[in-house]
Design a protein around this ligand. Structure first.
Ligand code: BTN
Length: 339
């Protein structure tokens, strides 16, 4: 590990505390000049580190930059590989590239590897839409799973799990209660704070699923600009009235921890109970579209019904006007606001 990385780890673990150059040099087993060089490099990266002659160095408690070192402090599984990039097209695409490449002697990525970025230039949403990913205010992350054959039939549920993991993490760390709009959007006060896009890579030879990439985008702080077309729907965890804010590193780590736990429990579906209890659609009149029938520009293909329940595989049970029921496993719904 580089001096810069070791130093960042130490400073993240001692936010708002003064650490003398001598103390740090001793801990890292390097010279004070090397410490100073690493401090300058971190300051150049944008870290708010005060350097004072007598007191030494102090990372501001309000510093909120994503880093593998900062996330690592809160991770329950310490051996995970976490990669944080200042900018990327899409963390899902980057993780896919890393997972599929790495042949020429590079270490190949393992289950549980995570790629995060401060900013995505081509953040991807569901159904070919984009995902607005401005710098410094959100968490854009993708986590890799390599399901074995036994898990293949449950894999469809990782998206459901991810929504529950985010809701649980936000409750634990940010003390805010969110709800989930089927299938995988997390809402706070009727505004969307998180979207999830799961992509699978299949193995041509076996026809099975080789990799699953769960991409999670969370709006943590209000960004400077919000495009007009999402102003009405975009929410964020914290606004200007929140005095105590968890760092994005802590929130990201909490989501990873929760997701890992739920993934291990995938076969017993323990998360379905919480998914149901957080659902904001059960009992509501909805419009729905299923793949291939999703409304085009005309909107003619939308149908209407009442969401009555969620089954054990995360399917939404919808009652139609003739009393019959249909289970949706994928697709799109909108809540009818006219009733
Ligand atoms: C949606 O709401 O339509 C899904 C949005 C998913 C966004 C996340 S951000 C991290 C990961 N990388 C992407 O390009 N998309 C997902």
């Amino acid at each position: 590990m580089s001096v810069k990385s070791e130093l960042l780890k130490l400073l993240e673990a001692n936010r708002d505390k003064d650490l003398s150059g001598e103390q740090i040099a001793k801990r890292l087993n390097v010279t004070r000049a090397a410490v100073w060089k690493a401090v300058q490099a971190l300051q150049n990266d944008g870290y708010d580190i005060a350097a004072k002659n007598k007191l030494g160095y102090r990372l501001s408690g309000s510093s909120d930059r994503l880093s593998a070192e900062g996330i690592g402090l809160y991770l329950e599984k310490k051996d995970m590989k976490v990669i944080v990039l200042p900018e990327v097209d899409s963390t899902n695409d980057e993780l896919k590239r890393l997972a599929m490449g790495g042949s020429s002697g590079e270490e190949s990525l393992r289950e549980g590897c995570v790629v995060l970025s401060e900013h995505q230039t081509k953040g991807k949403g569901r159904r070919g839409r984009g995902f607005y990913s401005p710098e410094g205010s959100g968490i854009y992350m993708s986590i890799l799973f390599c399901p074995d054959d036994k898990m293949a039939s449950d894999v469809i549920l990782v998206t459901t799990q991810a929504a529950v993991a985010v809701a649980h993490a936000v409750s634990k760390v940010c003390k805010k209660e969110t709800d989930i709009k089927w299938v995988n959007d997390v809402f706070l006060n009727d505004k969307k704070i998180c979207g999830i896009l799961t992509e699978a890579v299949s193995d041509f030879e076996s026809g099975g699923i080789e990799l699953v990439i769960v991409g999670i985008g969370i709006n943590v702080l209000r960004p400077k600009d919000i495009p007009d077309d999402i102003k009405e729907v975009m929410g964020y965890i914290y606004d200007e009235n929140d005095e105590e804010k968890a760092s994005r590193n802590e929130i990201a780590a909490a989501v990873i921890n929760e997701l890992q736990k739920y993934y291990e429990d995938l076969p017993d579906r323990s998360f379905i109970k919480e998914y149901k209890s957080r659902s904001n659609v059960i009992g509501k009149k909805i419009r729905f579209g299923t793949p291939g029938r999703i409304a085009g520009a005309s909107g003619d293909d939308w149908r209407e019904g009442t969401a009555v329940d969620i089954d054990d595989s995360g399917g939404l049970i919808v009652r139609l006007s003739d009393g019959s029921e249909e289970v949706l496993h994928t697709g799109e719904i909108s809540l009818r606001l006219d009733e």
